[in-house]
Design a protein around this ligand. Structure first.
Ligand code: ADP
Ligand code: MG
Length: 671
């Protein structure tokens, strides 16, 4: 759990409390009950099944009724610890099964668990693995309690400057730590939460503000002129009229790269909004000023697609474009490397292979990063070293980012937005269908295929249930092969377990139109462009997140034909899944969807940010804590304007903290 010091333990906050004054009577549980805390006597502890399917069942009752408790994992250990005929307090999610309510994997503890601190008992997250070893949320409580018996206020010193503490009415850090773990009343808990959220957001805002200071001071290559490449392309080779949004963004990029400072710009634009052409024209600008440019995509398939479309766009212009990915090996690779190093190649298209140390540019002036959330921050940072001065960086993303999130994640970047789709696009028709209607759905897809269109059928793949998901993918594939007579139609399949070469061959069959239907997991989520595809069928859509469904839907509707997105779900789905599906059916606006997604899901696992560590807030919720976010932003800016290098004595603890956090999350390296 990444807890190795007492400090780590302090930061492992409880996510709720057992409050003995908040007990629901078992008889009062009904179909609207979601989570419930009950108390009663435990009886009938029995083990059922064998081996893999072993589970533990127990009944708990009070004076109004009884309910079953279930454990599928750690049954062995639970059986050893639970005692019949003892009084327990239980918390968990109520399920309805076969007409009866039950709670699986509840939090459970003896009613009279010995405790030195009255009031609410903290409940900590643990893992099934730890629980199976007997380290429950109760163990964490005991450890933390023991810790607080040994520490005093001097051990948890203040880090915020006194002025800020006073101005924003924050409680001390020691008090906050104590109260978040063992609140003696509501007020103290609130004070503690507020203070700790404030601290979290303040530190992140301070980091962003400092990065921004650094960026704005960073010298960059000056793209002083718009030259022949750009102008020729614009007047002779541009295959369509640019949208106003595209023109505006290009202007922003031109102005930004002409200042002599390094550009760090985020380009947001919904799927299909036409970011590629903006990237291409920005690269031409670099060429006009005597520089090379590169564009980096997160997957081999995307890199290839970019290579093909960019080569086509620039076909008659005598510009040398080359593809460099992990698959380019041996002699071909050597040649490209040589051409990049001596400047014969002007535009390099590739994957992360581009940032390997062996790749030397003669004079790289602009690096474009497509679908950036797939790249680790460290990888991006390596681009900086590709020239004496860092190249300009244009980061492109199709995942629209709500304002509060942008402020937090990209507060150090300039932002451009393409908020307009190219004209003539037909809105994708999105419908919700249930399993019971599967036959009709398949018939519909077949009719589309008969008209010469292609279709995607996408299956969920969730880490936790990977094995089962693969099984249902394979079963689905077999079914599709039966549905679509194999002699008449060609079905391809791609998924993450295939070896890269095989996956790409299958993908290419679909891209080239050789396969009518592509059965896939979400590996196709990002960027793939097959304009002839007109149907996106999402299987078990209830299991997908909103942004993910939106990305998938963006794979169709790229040609002139009417396109369809079918969200296929089980016959019964949860209210929350239903809500997500309804949002998808009601809008195709990526920004609206992103906002709803953020609201429903929280920022934690959006945009791959978990992995980058940028948004690892333990308590703060940038959506709900907008006020604190604004406060901390103002406070951070004020502080830096008074003490830009944080050298005054009262700011030393903060400076120390920043250094510490910077190391943990690679903050300094976000391009
Ligand atoms: P994304 O922003 O998702 O990367 P692309 O750059 O792949 O979008 O563009 C999607 C499609 O729209 C491409 O086929 C592209 O040629 C086309 N396109 C881009 N801009 C325009 C425009 N201004 N007018 C017409 N078609 C355009
Ligand atoms: Mg794209």
């Amino acid at each position: 759990m990444e807890i190795s010091t007492f400090e780590d333990l302090l930061y492992h906050y409880p996510y709720r409390y057992f409050d003995r004054t908040q007990i629901t009577k078992i008889g009062a549980i009904n179909s609207t009950t979601e989570y419930v805390q009950i108390a009663g006597i435990l009886v009938n502890i029995t083990e059922e099944g064998t081996g893999f399917k072993k589970r533990l069942i127990a009944t708990i009752y009070d004076d109004t009724g009884r309910i079953e408790l279930l454990w599928f994992q750690g049954a062995q250990w639970m059986k050893k610890t639970l005692k019949e005929n003892e009084r327990y307090i239980v918390f968990g999610k109520v399920n309805l099964f076969g007409g009866y309510y039950n709670i699986s994997h509840p939090e459970i503890e003896l009613w009279n668990a010995d405790t030195a601190i009255a009031g609410r008992q903290p409940v900590y997250s643990s893992t099934t693995k730890l629980i199976a070893k007997g380290i429950t949320n109760r163990s964490f409580a005991k450890l933390t309690q023991a810790l607080f018996e040994k520490v005093s206020s001097g051990d948890i010193p203040e880090i915020l400057p006194p002025d800020i503490i006073r101005q924003y009415n924050l409680c001390s850090r020691y008090a906050a730590m104590r109260w978040i773990h063992f609140p003696d009343n509501d007020e103290h808990e609130q004070l503690a939460r507020h203070r700790l959220k404030w601290e979290e957001l303040f530190i992140s805002q301070l980091m962003i503000a400092r990065l921004r200071l650094q960026h704005t001071a960073q010298q960059g290559w000056k793209f002083g002129k718009v030259g022949a490449h750009f102008n020729d392309f614009f007047s002779l080779h541009l295959p369509f009229e640019l949208t106003n949004a595209q023109k505006r963004v290009l202007k922003e990029i031109r102005q930004d790269t002409a200042t002599g400072k390094q550009m760090n710009r985020l380009l947001q634009g919904d799927v299909g909004s036409g970011k590629t052409i903006v990237a291409v024209m920005s690269m031409l600008l670099a060429l006009d000023n005597g520089f090379q440019a590169c564009i980096m995509a997160p997957t081999e398939i995307l890199a290839q697609q970019h290579y093909i479309s960019i080569s086509e766009l620039l076909e008659d212009m005598g510009i040398k474009v080359r593809l460099l990915t992990g698959n380019v090996k041996g002699k071909a690779r050597k040649e490209i490397l040589a051409e990049l190093a001596d400047g014969r190649v002007s535009i390099a298209v590739g994957t992360h292979a581009l940032i390997e140390d062996t790749v030397q540019f003669k004079n790289l002036g602009l690096a474009v990063i497509d679908e950036q959330h797939r790249f680790g921050v460290g990888q991006r940072a390596r681009l900086w070293k590709k020239n004496e001065m860092p190249p300009h960086v244009l980061v492109m993303t199709a995942t629209p980012i709500p304002r509060t999130l942008a402020m937090t994640m990209y507060g150090d970047l300039e932002v451009s937005v393409i908020d307009e789709l190219p004209p003539g696009r037909k809105e994708i028709k999105t419908v919700h269908r249930k399993d019971a209607g599967r036959m009709k759905v398949m018939e519909f897809i077949r009719s589309q295929v008969d008209e010469g269109r292609q279709a995607y059928i996408v299956y969920p793949l969730i880490e936790e249930s990977e094995k089962m998901d693969y099984e249902s993918l394979m079963a689905g594939y077999e079914q599709v092969k039966i549905w679509f007579n194999e002699n008449k139609y060609r079905i391809a399949m791609v998924h993450g377990r295939q070896e890269v070469g095989e996956r790409e061959r299958n993908m290419q069959r679909f891209v080239k139109g050789e396969a009518n239907v592509l059965v896939a997991t979400t590996v196709i989520e990002v960027g793939v462009n097959v304009p002839n595809a007109s149907v996106m069928l999402i299987e078990s859509a209830e299991r997908f997140g909103l942004s993910q469904m939106h990305q998938l839907r963006g794979r169709v509707g790229r040609g002139a034909d009417q396109s369809y997105c079918i969200l296929l779900t089980g016959n019964k789905i949860s209210e929350e899944s239903y809500k997500r599906i309804q949002i998808m059916v009601s809008t195709t606006d990526g920004f609206k969807i992103a906002e709803q997604d953020l609201a429903m899901r929280g920022p934690g696992d959006m945009y791959g940010t978990k992995q980058s560590g940028v948004l690892k807030f333990k308590l703060a919720d940038i959506l709900l804590d907008g006020t604190i976010l604004e406060e901390t932003r103002n406070a951070a800016q004020l502080l830096l304007s008074q003490d830009p290098s944080l050298s005054q004595p009262q700011n030393q603890p903060l400076k120390h903290m920043l250094r510490h956090q910077g190391k943990q999350s690679h903050w300094g390296k976000i391009s």
